[in-house]
Structures are given as C-alpha cells and as structure tokens.
Ligand binder design. Structure first.
Ligand code: FMN
Length: 181
C-alpha cells in the first residue's frame, strides 16, 4: 500500500463548499492517507519546514488539493512550496522527492469551458509540471472541476449543484489514486 499525502492549499476551509466536501470525502474513503490542512496549521503563513519535509519524505503519492485563485494556486500553497521545496531537499544536492508521484486536484469558479480557450488548466499547471520534472517526480496529471464559484453558493439549487460536482470530483480523484496505488 502506497502512502498518500493530501495537501490542502485552501486559505480558509471554514469558507469553502467544494474543497471542504472533496477533502471530507477523501478522509472517509482514504482513511490510511495523511492530510495536511495548510489553513489550519499555518494561518499565520509561518510554515514548519521540517515538519512539512518529513510528511513529504514519508509519502509515495502527493496530492495538491486547491481552488484556483487568480489563475494560479492560492498564496498559502505558494508559500508552502517556496519554503519547503528547497535546494538540498527537493532538488540540487538532495532529491528526496525523486520517484514520488505528484497529482494536482483543483476547482475553479469559472465554468470549465473558460479554461478551454486562451488560458487552459494545462497552462496553469505548467509551473507545477516543471517543478515535478526538476524534482524528478512522476507527474500524474490532474483532476479538475469548474463552475463551483463561491459567488453561487448562497442560491440553494446552485449550492446543491456545487456539492454534487464536489462529490463527483472526489470520486474521480479516488479512482485516479486507486489506479496509482
Ligand atoms: C481570491 C479568489 C480568487 C479567485 N480567482 C479565481 C480565478 O482566477 N479563476 C476562477 O475560475 N475562479 C477563481 N476564484 C473562484 C474559486 O476558484 C472558487 O470559489 C473555488 O474553487 C470554490 O471552492 P471552495 O468552495 O472550496 O471555496 C477565486 C476565488 C477567490 C476567493
């Protein structure tokens, strides 16, 4: 059985519908996986680098779970990566992440069609894919769901739709992870 680490980059899961439900479903269905809730651990953005590097070292499969914020990852996920993925650990003289599998899992407020035109999800993930290459990780692509905007969740039918999409997203991610394990 491979060790799975799910890193949640949402800046406030208390103010989340889609990512919260995806993560709750994963926790129920993957009880052996480790979960890293960055908003709960580091609301002050002061990352415990050693603790995070230890979690990554133990993992075989790393899932980055996050909403799209300004066509990229949220600030907290960026900060985590900037602090933790350092020369001598992730790349350069040390390659602790080498051979591990990296999976992206993301949600966006805009519908999926928006990311099939000028700027695609693949474009957004290019830096992450390149990071995986630098660290000699296996890039296992992504699971993505659009149309789950926070702006829609106050309308009861829309909120139901978001919840349905989140459940389907979690199922797709679990199937992907089962295929990798
Ligand atoms: C600060 C901020 C920036 C956002 N930027 C984008 C964006 O660039 N593109 C997009 O499609 N949605 C954007 N959104 C919408 C979020 O992606 C969406 O609300 C989120 O995926 C819903 O997940 P949640 O219910 O877990 O919060 C943004 C939301 C916030 C709060």
């Amino acid at each position: 059985m491979k060790n799975i680490l799910v890193v949640s980059g949402h800046t406030d899961l208390n103010d989340s519908v889609a990512n919260k439900l995806i993560l709750e479903t994963l926790q129920k269905r993957l009880p052996q996986a480790e979960f890293d809730f960055l908003d709960k651990l580091y609301s002050d953005f002061k990352i415990d680098v050693k603790a995070e590097q230890e979690k990554l070292t133990k993992a075989d499969i790393i899932v980055l779970q996050s909403p799209v914020f300004w066509y990229s990852y949220p600030s907290l996920m960026h900060k985590w990566m900037e602090d933790v993925f350092v020369f001598g650990f992730s790349h350069g003289t040390g390659k602790v992440l080498g051979g591990k599998t990296l999976v992206a899992s993301l949600t966006s407020g805009a519908p999926e069609e928006v990311y099939k035109k000028d700027y695609t999800i693949n474009d957004m993930l290019a830096p992450l894919k390149q990071t995986a290459a630098l660290c000699e990780m296996k890039w296992a692509e992504y699971v993505y769901t659009g149309g789950v905007s926070y702006a829609l969740r106050s309308v009861p039918e829309k909120r139901k739709e978001i919840e349905e999409k989140a459940k389907i997203h979690a199922q797709r991610l679990i199937e992907k992870l089962n295929g990798l394990s």
